[in-house]
Design a protein around this ligand. Structure first.
Ligand code: NOJ
Length: 574
C-alpha cells in the first residue's frame, strides 16, 4: 500500500480515495427516480405527494439508494404532468407545501440521501406569468422571452401558415401555434401548452439560473435537466430536412423530419455550462452539487454524442444520462462494443467523468416489457447496479412492475392523444406503486387512483416480495447492499474481459484489494464461459439461491439470461 504524505499527517492512498469519493457522491450512487404522482398518496386524492414520499424513504434506503430524483412537483396545469411548469419556485398543492418539501429535505438528510430535482429549462407552461405577459404584445418586458415568429405566409383560405416545418415531439403535429392576440406564432417543441423559452435571450438564462439558486439555497444536491437538446435551435430557424427513411403509418409522425435544425445546436453546451457555473458558485461549495442532463443521442454514433457533453460541460459537476440501457438492443455484441469504447473514452478524457446509467424512466416502457423477458430484466438489474457511476432505478422496477394496459377512458398522457402510433402513450409505465395486497395496493386510501393499478398488484407488491428469496426486490436489495459497501463497485476501475462465450459480456470492477467479476448472459440458452481469473465466491446471481450453492470450477455455466457477480482474486488477472 503506497503512502501519501500531506501536511502534518500521513494518510493512506485508500483513505485519500475514500475522502475523494465521499465528496464525489455521484460516483457509484444508486439514484431512485420518483414520479411523484405515483409513489405514495397521503391525503386520499388518488395522486401521490411529498408526505407520501417521506413515508417511503426507508424502502428507498433499503435498496442502497443514496439519492433520489423527483420528477416535477411545481405548480402546473398538468398538461404534461408537471413538465409544463407555471412557477419554478413553488410546489403544486396536490403534492403538498413548501414545508413538506423542507421536511423531505430534512428526512433525506437524516438518512444520508441526496436530493436531485427536475429542472425544465426549455419551456414553461403557457400559464406561467412570463408567457402570459409575453403574449400580450410584441413590445413588453417579456416579449422576447419565448420564440415568436410571423406567419410564413397566408393560405388561400386566409389561414396563417407556420414559419417552418418543425414538429412537436409529443404529437408529431406542427410545433407552431398561432396566437390571435399577438398575431404571431409561438414555438412549442412539446405540447401546445409548453411554449419554448428563448435561450438566446440573456434575461431568460438569468431567470433560470435564479430558479436554480432558489433550490440550491434550500439545500438540494442537484438537478436532472430536462430536454436539453431543444434549448438551442438553428438561429435562422430553417426547415428540418426530410427523413429519407420515414415510412408513413409505420414511423412516428414526429420522425417524418430529421430534427437537424430544431434541436441540438452547439449552443446547448454553452447554455449548460452557464448552468453548471451556478453549481460551482462559492456559496454552493459546501458540498458537491451535480446535474444530469437528459439528451437521447439520435446519431449513429452515441459515443460521440455522450462525449460532447462530457467535453462541453464541466464533468466535475455535470454528466449526460447514458441511455444505452433504453435504446441499445439487448444483445451481447452491441453491449460489449459499447461498454469497451465508452468507458475507455471516459478514462482517456478525464477521471472526473461520471457515467450515468438509466435503464428506464417515466417516458419508457417498463424493463420487462421492453426486453420481453423476466430473466433479461433481472440480469439487466445486475448490470445496472454493477456498472460504474450513477445508476438510476425507476420506481417500481425493483419489484418488476410491468406496463399496465390503460383503458381508453383512463388515458392521461398528451402523447397518447396525438399521433395514433403513440396510442398507448406513457401512462402504462406511470401507474401507482404496488406496496401491498390491500386497498389500491397501499398506494392510496381514496376512492380511486389517478391511473389504474396493475391487475396483479395483489400478488406482485413490496410486501409480498420482501421475504421471498427469489423476488425482484430481494435481488435489488442484495445488489444495493453489495454496492454501497464496496469501493470496487462504487468507484473501482472497469475492464471488459473475454468470456469465451459470444453471448456473455464480462467485466471486472476493481479497487485496491477488492475485485468483482460480473457476467451477463444475454441469450435465452445456457452459456459456458472460461475466464482467466481466480474465483473466490459467487455473491449474487439473478437466479438468486439456485446458483449460490454451485461449485466454483474452471468453467462457469450460466443459465438462460442469468447474470452473476463473483468476488475474485485481484492478483489473478494476467
Ligand atoms: C422529457 C420528459 O421526461 C418528458 O416526460 C416530457 O414530456 C418532455 N421532456 C417535455 O418536458
Amino acid at each position: 500500500m503506497r503512502n501519501v504524505v500531506t501536511i502534518g499527517c500521513t494518510i493512506t492512498r485508500e483513505k485519500q480515495m475514500e475522502q475523494h469519493y465521499q465528496k464525489r457522491w455521484p460516483e457509484g450512487a444508486i439514484v431512485y427516480h420518483i414520479y411523484p404522482r405515483s409513489l405514495q398518496d397521503s391525503d386520499g386524492d388518488g395522486i401521490g405527494d411529498i408526505p407520501g414520499i417521506i413515508s417511503r424513504l426507508d424502502h428507498i434506503g433499503s435498496l442502497g439508494a443514496e439519492a433520489i430524483w423527483l420528477s416535477p412537483f411545481y405548480p402546473s396545469p398538468m398538461a404534461d404532468f408537471g413538465y409544463d411548469v407555471a412557477d419554478y419556485c413553488g410546489i403544486h398543492p396536490i403534492f403538498g407545501t413548501m414545508e413538506d418539501f423542507d421536511r423531505l429535505m430534512a428526512e433525506c438528510g437524516r438518512r444520508g440521501i441526496k436530493v436531485m430535482i427536475d429542472l425544465v429549462p426549455n419551456h414553461t407552461s403557457d400559464e406561467h406569468a412570463w408567457f402570459r405577459q409575453s403574449r400580450t404584445s410584441r413590445n413588453n418586458d417579456y416579449s422576447n422571452w419565448y420564440i415568436w415568429r410571423d406567419a410564413h405566409e397566408t393560405s388561400p383560405t386566409g389561414n396563417p401558415l407556420p414559419p417552418n416545418n418543425w414538429r412537436d415531439a409529443l404529437t408529431g403535429g406542427s410545433a407552431w401555434q398561432w396566437d390571435e392576440g399577438r398575431g404571431q406564432f409561438y414555438l412549442h417543441s412539446f405540447d401546445v401548452k409548453q411554449p419554448d423559452l428563448n435561450w438566446s435571450n440573456p434575461a431568460v438564462r438569468s431567470a433560470i439560473k435564479q430558479a436554480m439558486r432558489f433550490w440550491l439555497d434550500k439545500g438540494v444536491d442537484g438537478f436532472r435537466v430536462d430536454a436539453v437538446y431543444w434549448m438551442a435551435k438553428e438561429p435562422l430557424l430553417s426547415d428540418d430536412s426530410p427523413n429519407p427513411s420515414y415510412v408513413e403509418g409505420e414511423d412516428l409522425r414526429y420522425d417524418a423530419v430529421l430534427h437537424n435544425n430544431s434541436r441540438g445546436w452547439p449552443a446547448v453546451y454553452a447554455y449548460l455550462s452557464e448552468m453548471a457555473d451556478v453549481l460551482k458558485e462559492e456559496k454552493y461549495q459546501d458540498k458537491l452539487r451535480f446535474m444530469v442532463t437528459e439528451a437521447y443521442p439520435d446519431t449513429h454514433n452515441p459515443l460521440a454524442a455522450y462525449l460532447a457533453f462530457y467535453v462541453g460541460v464541466d464533468p466535475e459537476v455535470a454528466a449526460p444520462f447514458n441511455f444505452e440501457g433504453v435504446t441499445l438492443p439487448w444483445e451481447a455484441g452491441s453491449w460489449r462494443r459499447f461498454l469497451r469504447s465508452f468507458h475507455h473514452a471516459l478514462e482517456q478524457f478525464s477521471p472526473l467523468c461520471v457515467p450515468s446509467y438509466a435503464f428506464g424512466n417515466h417516458d419508457q416502457p417498463r424493463l420487462i416489457d421492453r426486453l420481453r423477458s423476466v430473466g433479461a430484466a433481472r440480469s439487466a438489474a445486475v448490470m445496472l447496479l454493477t456498472l460504474p457511476g450513477m445508476s438510476f432505478i425507476y420506481y417500481g422496477e425493483e419489484i418488476g412492475m410491468r406496463n399496465v394496459d390503460i383503458p381508453p377512458e383512463y388515458v392521461q398522457d398528451p402523447a397518447a392523444k396525438g399521433d395514433p402510433l403513440r396510442s398507448i402513450g406513457r401512462d402504462p409505465e406511470r401507474t401507482p406503486m404496488q406496496w401491498t395486497a390491500g386497498k389500491h395496493s397501499g398506494f392510496s386510501d381514496g376512492d380511486s387512483t389517478w391511473l389504474p393499478l396493475a391487475p396483479d398488484y395483489d400478488q406482485n407488491n413490496v410486501e409480498a416480495q420482501a421475504d421471498d428469496p427469489k423476488s425482484f426486490l430481494t435481488l435489488y436489495r442484495r445488489l444495493g447492499q453489495l454496492r454501497i459497501t464496496s469501493p470496487a463497485l462504487r468507484s473501482g476501475s472497469m475492464t471488459i474481459v473475454d468470456t469465451a462465450s459470444a453471448n456473455v459480456v464480462g467485466y471486472i470492477r476493481e479497487h485496491g484489494s477488492e475485485a468483482y467479476l460480473v457476467l451477463v448472459n444475454f441469450c435465452g440458452e445456457d452459456a459456458t464461459c472460461r475466464m482467466n481469473v481466480t474465483l473466490r465466491k459467487l455473491l449474487v446471481s439473478s437466479e438468486l439461491e439456485t446458483l449460490l450453492a454451485a461449485d466454483l470450477g474452471e468453467e462457469i455455466v450460466l443459465r438462460p439470461h442469468e447474470a452473476v457477480v463473483f468476488a475474485i482474486d485481484p492478483q489473478s488477472r494476467t
